[in-house]
Design a binder for this molecule. Structure first.
Ligand code: NAD
Length: 495
């Protein structure tokens, strides 16, 4: 049974409500997860609240020293963490290692937290008056994370919150919860005091308890858009600071002058890596002009047909299964709907079966051509290995299409034309833009966040925006020496 980590104790939930955790490559139940009760979540909040005064007053350099140690431990255990990820998520080992590396980079970033928390000071803002401001921790913060990056997305949140002096409660995805436990244990091993990081596993009950609890001051969420919107609405109504990152439909524009081989390779990795289960996956290719589209589809077809699919421990596999039986059914249902709506199914991944893995949740690489913007396969986030080609006659049509889409997480343009690339970066209503870069996930010292219905709240996640999200500004105006006597002043103070 997978355990909660509350106030320094590792105890499985005793709520009596449980659910199995599956190996998606075989379909076999491999573990059991207790779904925490309201009381158990309240205990975690109480532990985090009790740890806050001492932790927030711990010098930032000492907090950073723990993060340095944590970083070393992640490095040492990268392969173990990757195995934990793959066992429950299904992604290939190399892909899981990449996830660990990108999460670790956030830990490296917060090793410099003393520098980022340094305030501003102004001498003599008035007679013998100085003013200084700095950013202080909020209190207990919480994070709710999705299945698709079970190690990295938690690392987008709690290292930043904790380095800033907050205490934290993580509620990982119930579909692949073990990697989050493994990494949290490393932070304890690094010397984190009890109660500063707590992990409670569970479902809606746990999330709602965190959303309503008056001692939770800020909440980070990453997951699907309907739940992100719900979390944002309910959390802000309860007076909390909330950042809620949602779903996506990421387009890649291929201009007529693009290096077609480079564009095709980029599309293959971005559309089919991790079986398309990335919020920055490219799920729509937009070739500009008929000739570009014909060349693109011609080159894509054999590559999609040749995709190597297998379990995570198959070193030849380029992608693994999708997360659950329900996810597979949803993806297959959407492919059916694309066929019914009249799109051209160039490569059909619906009926693949792998010898020895017949019960696994595998979907083959799927390619649609001549998709139009009114089709469900265009409008919805499929979150599977399905790439749709939507042909555009002109560059302006491609830009308009992307700007009209409800999501605005990531996008990319492939071109050799600097003017086109620059205009695209400027005009596109999307938060993260790649120029000849298919998956433009910002590095840890920038910040990650989409636009439109891919985010709810004012702050992107990690990087400088993360530090702002998990701190609040305090400005102190002080007069020394105290000997000055100028009597009571009733007018508004000026210098
Ligand atoms: P999900 O929304 O189903 O679940 C996310 C979290 O919300 C989980 O911890 C889950 O337990 C909780 N949850 C689910 N239903 C809930 C409910 N009714 N009430 C309260 N809490 C609930 O998302 P998922 O399927 O785990 O992850 C995939 C989604 O996440 C995709 O839409 C993907 O685009 C998105 N995602 C976005 C980003 C980003 O940065 N924008 C990153 C990764 C994933």
């Amino acid at each position: 049974m997978i355990e909660n980590l509350i106030g320094g104790q590792r105890i499985a939930s005793g709520s009596g409500r449980t659910q199995p955790v599956y190996n998606p490559a075989t379909g076999a139940a491999i573990d059991e997860l207790g779904l925490s009760s309201v009381d158990e979540v309240n205990q975690a909040v109480a532990a985090a609240q009790a740890a806050f005064p001492a932790w927030s007053n711990t010098p930032p350099l000492k907090r950073a020293a723990i993060m340095f140690k944590f970083n070393e431990l992640i490095e040492k255990h990268s392969a173990d963490i990757a195995r934990e990820i793959s066992r429950e998520h299904g992604k290939t080992h190399d892909d899981a290692l990449g996830e660990v590396q990108r999460g670790k980079e956030v830990v490296e970033f917060v090793c410099g937290i003393p520098q980022m928390l340094k305030g501003e000071f102004s001498r003599n803002v008035g007679p013998a008056i100085d003013s200084f401001s700095d950013r202080q921790a909020l209190g207990v913060c919480a994070g709710i994370t999705p299945f698709n990056f079970p190690a990295m997305v938690p690392l987008w949140m709690y290292p930043v919150a904790i380095a800033c002096g907050n205490t934290f409660i993580l509620k990982p995805s119930e579909r692949d919860p073990s990697a989050a436990n493994f990494v949290a244990n490393l932070l304890w091993e690094a010397g984190l005091p009890e109660g500063v990081l707590n992990v409670v596993h569970g479902d809606k009950t746990a999330v709602d308890t965190l959303l309503d609890h008056p001692d939770v001051k800020a909440l980070s969420f990453v997951g699907s858009t309907p739940i992100a919107e719900y979390v944002y609405t309910r959390g802000t109504a309860a007076g909390k600071r909330v950042q809620a990152l949602g779903g996506a439909k990421n387009h890649m524009v291929v201009m007529p002058d693009a290096d077609m081989d480079q564009a095709v390779d980029a599309l293959m990795g971005a559309a089919f890596g991790s079986a398309g289960e990335r919020c920055m996956a490219i799920s729509v290719a937009v070739p500009v002009g008929e000739d570009t589209a014909n060349r693109l589809v011609e080159k894509l077809r054999p590559k999609v047909e040749g995709l190597k699919i297998g379990p995570a421990d198959d070193s030849d596999a380029e992608m693994g299964p999708v997360i659950t039986k329900q996810a597979k059914e949803k993806i297959v249902g959407l492919i059916d709907s694309g066929v019914k709506a009249g799109a051209d199914l160039v490569v059909d991944g619906r009926n693949i079966s792998l010898q020895g893995y017949e019960e696994g949740y595998f979907v083959g690489g799927t390619l649609f051509d001549n998709v139009t913007t009114n089709m469900d396969i265009y409008k919805e986030e499929i979150f599977g290995p399905v790439l749709s080609v939507v042909r555009a006659n002109e560059y302006s049509e491609a830009v308009q299409m992307i700007n009209d889409h409800e999501y605005g997480n990531g996008t990319a343009i492939f071109t050799r034309d600097g003017d086109a690339a620059r205009a695209f970066s400027n005009d596109i209503e999307v938060g993260m833009v790649g120029v000849n870069v298919p998956i433009p996930v910002p590095v840890a010292y920038h910040s990650f966040g989409g636009w439109k219905r891919s985010i709810f709240g004012d702050h992107s996640i990690y990087g400088p925006e993360g530090v702002h999200f998990y701190t609040r500004l305090k400005t102190i105006t002080a007069r020394w020496p105290t000997g000055i006597k100028d009597g009571a002043v009733f007018a508004f103070p000026t210098t």
